[in-house]
Each structure stands twice: as structure tokens, then as C-alpha cells.
Design a protein around this ligand. Structure first.
Ligand code: DAT
Ligand code: MG
Length: 182
């Protein structure tokens, strides 16, 4: 809609210019000025790192998570089943070092393979967080991955099926850690 309006403004400006006796070059520049200043910025295509954590892989929910990402309209860029290492997890979860659930979290993430996924699309970083739901699966809304498929198992760490990057900076850092060749 905004593009259409900008286009009509440009045409109107050019017609007005002709009526005022301005040269073709001046009228063209008026058209370009209008177009340059009124076109909205294209929403950037962004990427996020999604992990189907070891509980999700063990419970056979990898396909269900991928299905929800694709059903929402995002594109899969990379998908790989990986066994995480202590070094990778120390880097990935550096922000949580020192918290009471940190070591249980690392032990849980070492307990089996993780499906690492890079998904792409406009708004995919907040979009996947929205698909995932709240960190605590008891509180996660029905309709979300954690709300529909997760629960509290009475453990020191929440086993909540998925990870999703929480900002463009985290996404770039985490994709670099899990997919160094991407
Ligand atoms: P999220 O995965 O929603 O981004 P986070 O980054 O705060 O959440 O925490 C990383 C993981 O650590 C989270 O998925 C589950 C676990 N966790 C977080 N807070 C916890 C808590 N208070 N008790 C137990 N586990 C927790
Ligand atoms: Mg997090």
C-alpha cells in the first residue's frame, strides 16, 4: 500500500512539474526523491538457531518441531543431529554460568543427541520463541511446543524440548557455534 502511494505521489509530482514547465531531468529527479524518501525498508530476512534438546529427540518429537517451523512458513536452512560437547555447551550457555541450574542443564544437554536447526524468514527469531512458548513448560501456553508437549518432571533443570535464539546477536553467535561451516 505504501509503495503504491509513493508511486502515485511520484507521478503526481512529475505531472505537476510538467505543468510548471520544469525540464524532464528535474521532473525525473523529483520522482526519484519522492520514491527514495517514502519507500519503507524491506523487513530483513533473519536466521535463528533452534535446538531440539535431548528430551525432544528421545521422545521422538524432532519431526513435530520441524513440522511446526515449516507450517508457520519458515524455511529450514540446516538440520543436523549432533552430540554436544562440554566445550560447545559452555560457550552456548555462557550467560547462565554460576546459576543453580547451570550444571544440571549442561548434564542434560550431554545426555543424548540434539537436533540442531537453522531456520530462516522475516521475524523468525521472535517468531520461533513464540512457537516455543514460555521457558517453564507448566506455564507455557497451550498451542506452543512447550505448552502442548512439555511438562515439569520434578528435576533440577527444566527439560523443555527446544531452544531458540533470543536476539539477532545471540542467533549469529549460536549459529557460529553449532554450524561453523555455515
Ligand atoms: P529459554 O530456553 O526459554 O531461553 P533460558 O535461556 O533462561 O530460557 O534458560 C536456558 C534453559 O535453562 C531453559 O530452557 C531451561 C533451563 N532453565 C532456565 N531457568 C531455569 C530455572 N529457574 N530452573 C530450572 N531450569 C531452568
Ligand atoms: Mg535462552
Amino acid at each position: 500500500m505504501t509503495r503504491t502511494i509513493a508511486c502515485w505521489k511520484a507521478v503526481a509530482g512529475a505531472v505537476a512539474g510538467r505543468a510548471e514547465g520544469r525540464s524532464g531531468a528535474d521532473r525525473l529527479s523529483a520522482m526519484t526523491d519522492v520514491a527514495d524518501t517514502t519507500l519503507p525498508a524491506e523487513p530483513a530476512i533473519e536466521r535463528t538457531l533452534v535446538l531440539v534438546k535431548p528430551d525432544g529427540v528421545r521422545r521422538g518429537l524432532s519431526g513435530e518441531v520441524l513440522r511446526r517451523i515449516e507450517a508457520k512458513g519458515y524455511t529450514l536452512v540446516a538440520v543436523e543431529l549432533k552430540q554436544a560437547t562440554t566445550e560447545l555447551l559452555a560457550a552456548h550457555y555462557a550467560e547462565h554460568e554460576g546459576k543453580p541450574f547451570y550444571q544440571p542443564l549442561v548434564d542434560f544437554m550431554l545426555s543424548g543427541p540434539t537436533l540442531a536447526v537453522v531456520a530462516e524468514g522475516q521475524g523468525v527469531i521472535p517468531g520461533f520463541r513464540s512457537l516455543a512458548g514460555a521457558t517453564n513448560p507448566t506455564e507455557a501456553a497451550p498451542g506452543t511446543i512447550r505448552g502442548d508437549l512439555g511438562r515439569d518432571w520434578g528435576l533440577k533443570v527444566q527439560q523443555n524440548l527446544v531452544h531458540g535464539s533470543d536476539s539477532p546477536e545471540s542467533a549469529a553467535r549460536e549459529i557460529g557455534l553449532w554450524f561453523p561451516n555455515l
